[in-house]
Write a new protein. Structure first.
Length: 328
């Protein structure tokens, strides 16, 4: 191998002659490695890959291993389409867990809103969403996350402004969540953001600090009213069914007594009619039979029996002589 010499600081240094084939092979190996590592890419199961060729959108690739043109010709952007994202408004969670820690910063510029009855409230809420169209999400709107926050805040202020303070705090929370979710989706579709709103959930809704004592007193009065109304309804539900039951019992007893009296009267009438028929057929016999039947009923209940001739006169009452020591 030929060697070259150069003069370095007065000293002669020999430089070996490098083989051109070795250089070529090294370049080829380096280019091959660059081609290998920059040409293949992997997309996870919850993602899709957006391919741009010289900055222009080309295609969307599914999960798995794929090839793209290397050396910066193709650029891949992975978009998570199966993941649910969340944004918080009016507060910030520093650390989630059993003891969740929240930021102590002032977010009243976001949470302070005016209701339909001109009352002020501090509204805190969260939004959960996902990427529905990754191409629109990536190309149609610049800084789509900031746009989402601005639109969400505007929608919430609009919906809260259509409700009273009582409705926002307690009475119509679910309606407000549904209305704001639907209206936000309309705006996002109009802007072609490629986002889909899963839901909006109201968190704490409180009055501003200066009016919180008065508001708490009003809430206590409302709760006391509801307690009294509930107790009255409980008493009503207890007494009224009992009274209805007693009324039904009395009606049933009266109806039973009515049926009994009617049936007895009908029976007595039938008995009298049958006796009348027999009496019409044989008056003397029937009269004697009635007399004898009556005597059979009366006589056993008498302590003493006295048979007196109807023509006897001046009869001295001697019925109690035996009881007072008379002749035995």
């Amino acid at each position: 191998m030929a060697k070259k010499t150069i003069n370095v600081g007065g000293e002669i240094v020999e430089i070996p002659d490098i083989n051109k084939n070795v250089v070529v092979m090294a370049v080829i190996v380096i280019l091959g490695l660059i081609f290998l590592f920059s040409g293949f890419y992997k997309v996870d199961a919850s993602e899709v890959g957006i391919i741009q060729r010289f900055g222009k959108y080309v295609e969307t690739t599914s999960p798995g291993l794929h090839f793209k043109f290397p050396f910066g010709i193709d650029k891949v952007t992975r978009i998570a389409i199966e993941r649910n994202f969340k944004q918080e408004f009016g507060f910030q969670t520093l650390q989630a867990g059993v003891r969740t820690q929240y930021s102590r910063a002032d977010y009243s510029d976001i949470s302070l809103m005016l209701t339909g009855d001109l009352s002020s409230v501090l509204v805190k809420w969260i939004i959960q969403y996902k990427v529905q169209d990754p191409v629109k999400y990536l190309f149609n709107v610049r800084n789509v996350e900031e746009t989402l926050r601005d639109v969400t805040e505007a929608v919430m202020r609009l919906v809260v402004g259509d409700h009273s303070v009582d409705e926002v705090i307690s009475l119509s929370r679910q309606d407000i969540e549904i209305q704001s979710t639907e209206l936000l989706q309309v705006f996002l579709d109009e802007f072609e953001t490629g986002l889909f709103v899963e839901n909006i959930r109201l968190q704490n809704v409180d009055p501003p600090e200066p009016v919180q004592p008065a508001f708490n007193e009003v809430n206590q009065a409302v709760q006391e009213k509801e307690r009294i109304v509930n107790e009255a309804e409980t008493a009503y539900n207890k007494v009224v069914p009992q009274a209805k039951g007693q009324r039904q019992q009395m009606i049933s007893q009266a109806e039973g007594y009515f049926e009994n009296r009617v049936n007895r009267a009908k029976g007595d009438a039938e008995r009298f009619i049958s006796i009348l028929r027999e009496y019409s057929k044989a008056k003397d016999v029937t009269r004697k039979r009635l007399y004898l039947e009556t005597m059979l009923t009366v006589m056993p209940n008498l302590k003493g029996t006295f048979i007196v001739d109807e023509d006897q006169k001046g009869l001295v009452p001697l019925m109690q002589l035996n009881e007072r020591g008379g002749a035995k």
